[in-house]
Design a protein around this ligand. Sequence first.
Ligand code: SAM
Length: 249
Amino acid sequence: MNDKSTTHFGYKEVDSDAKASLVAGVFHSVAARYDLMNDLMSGGVHRIWKRFTIELSGVRPGQSVLDIAGGTGDLAARFAGIVGAEGRVVLADINESMLSVGRDKLIDQGYQGNLEYVQADAQYLPFPDNSFDCVSIAFGLRNITDKDLALRSMLRVLKPGGRLLILEFSKPTNALLGKAYDSYSFRVLPVMGKLVAGDSDSYQYLAESIRMHPDQETLQEMMEDAGFTNCEYHNLTGGVVALHRGIKA
Ligand SMILES: C[S@@+](CC[C@H](N)C(=O)[O-])C[C@H]1O[C@@H](n2cnc3c(N)ncnc32)[C@H](O)[C@@H]1O
């Protein structure tokens, strides 16, 4: 039985207390080149996955949205455009380097007024109960030490009827695609990371952490165990990525 005193950092087993600073090292290192690497690694397809997330969120003008592990702000920017001046979007991330790249980018793009930036840990969200109509987390859950704790924290800050959207790497549904994806992840990504971001280890961690992340069904069960209802998921790009959605009753 896992007593949660150890956890995984990629394929390595580490003390649970050590994981957050190892993850912090990854994102401090890649922050400046994060957006460029995302476009290169996914051939721009991450933009389609994020657009689908926005569509399924059902967010409307005037609503309040928390984008946790929001990083460089792709989702937060789209949400800010939808909720408008009467709405509120909080871009929250634990990592000051990612948050600062995100804040600078969104200010340069002209987003202001309805966007706030908060440095926060998804496991201990610093917001009152029932604050948000929608909480999103894109490619963040994988990096969090105690995912159950984070899911319960997200449930707490959602209003009744509010939606949680989790966009995350998942398990390819086709074995052939899985093989091709494995060799791309382990052979190409670390080299690309070295050339573009000057850091191959962080992209090795990316490939490993994806394999250690719960698959589609397991994550859905975790959401149900945390108290979400009407949980469902959509496979994207053959299950390379999945979008999970759950509701707070
Ligand atoms: C792969 S990036 C995703 C950024 C953005 N959501 C996107 O889709 O491009 C993962 C983000 O999760 C953040 N993160 C990791 N652990 C976290 C935690 N415990 N609480 C909040 N954010 C966390 C990292 O700092 C990083 O910015």
